[in-house]
Design a protein around this ligand. Structure first.
Ligand SMILES: Nc1ncnc2c1ncn2[C@@H]1O[C@H](COP(=O)(O)OP(=O)(O)O)[C@@H](O)[C@H]1O
Ligand SMILES: [Mg+2]
Length: 228
């Protein structure tokens, strides 16, 4: 068991309307699930709750067996490291692509040689070594997005949450994302993708959910086809 959402309710302070209404859901290892839903249906909000970023107003987030929002700081930090949320809009650090992909590894106390090996390996694997020494500010939107995804992949998180990962990507980079997700899944991670893009559903989705008006419902591929 990794992340269990138990009857989660959430609203933003200013608006006052419930955005997430009683969602219960388990994120499982070795499964790629896709959460679909119209703009504004709460996909990003739900991912940030599952990603231990937003605290729900009601309900519990059980993370690896612990009631997360009742943990002490040090225990919470260790648990947060198991799960990585990739923003829809890439937020890169100043400096090179290498530095951006390396940063999370340094935070996890990897040594310099190991970091170099891991970063170069992931760049080589996806034919992106040409980006290695570029300044993050000089990247195209698609390049920045793929770097933000590789930065998460290199950490091999137990759970990876991807928010609209394909928004700026051309077909080659879409394939890279699909390959990277498959490889992570083979290694045992659970992956949740929030999107309204059918490309990932067709290629990767093992479970499909629909989020509408704050309510999450599982749907079959057959039901999805009827909705299109
Ligand atoms: N920071 C915020 N403050 C207030 N309302 C927000 C905020 N972020 C999102 N919302 C509102 O919450 C609802 C769900 O948004 P979001 O989770 O971003 O949906 P989605 O990712 O499915 O497009 C929308 O009505 C949106 O306007
Ligand atoms: Mg969103």
């Amino acid at each position: 068991m990794s992340i269990l959402l138990d009857n989660i309710w959430f609203k933003y302070p200013i608006d006052g309307k419930w955005v997430i209404k009683g969602v219960s859901h388990e994120i499982r290892d070795r499964v790629v699930e896709v959460i679909l839903g119209p703009n504004g249906s709460g996909k990003t909000t739900l991912l940030k709750i599952a990603g231990l970023i937003y605290k729900p107003l009601k309900g519990k987030v059980i993370a690896w067996g612990h009631d997360f929002w009742r943990l002490k700081n040090s225990a919470a930090v260790a648990i947060r490291r198991k799960i990585v949320y990739v923003h829809e809009k890439p937020i890169l650090l100043k400096g090179s692509v290498f530095h951006n992909i390396a940063y999370g590894l340094y935070l996890r106390n990897y040594g310099f040689n190991e970091v170099k090996t891991l970063v170069d390996r992931v760049l080589r694997e996806y034919n992106l070594l040409y980006l290695r020494d570029k300044d993050s500010r000089s990247l195209s939107a698609g390049e920045a997005q793929i770097v933000s995804i590789l930065r998460a992949i290199v950490l091999e998180p137990e759970i990876l949450l991807l928010d609209e990962p394909l928004a700026h990507l051309d077909i080659d980079k879409r394939r890279i994302v699909v390959e990277a997700i498959k490889s992570l899944r083979r290694n045992g991670s659970g992956i949740v993708i929030a999107t309204h893009d059918m490309y990932l559903v067709e290629r990767l989705a093992e479970d499909i959910y629909m989020l509408k008006n704050g309510v999450l419902t599982r749907i079959s591929k057959e039901e999805l086809i009827k909705l299109l």
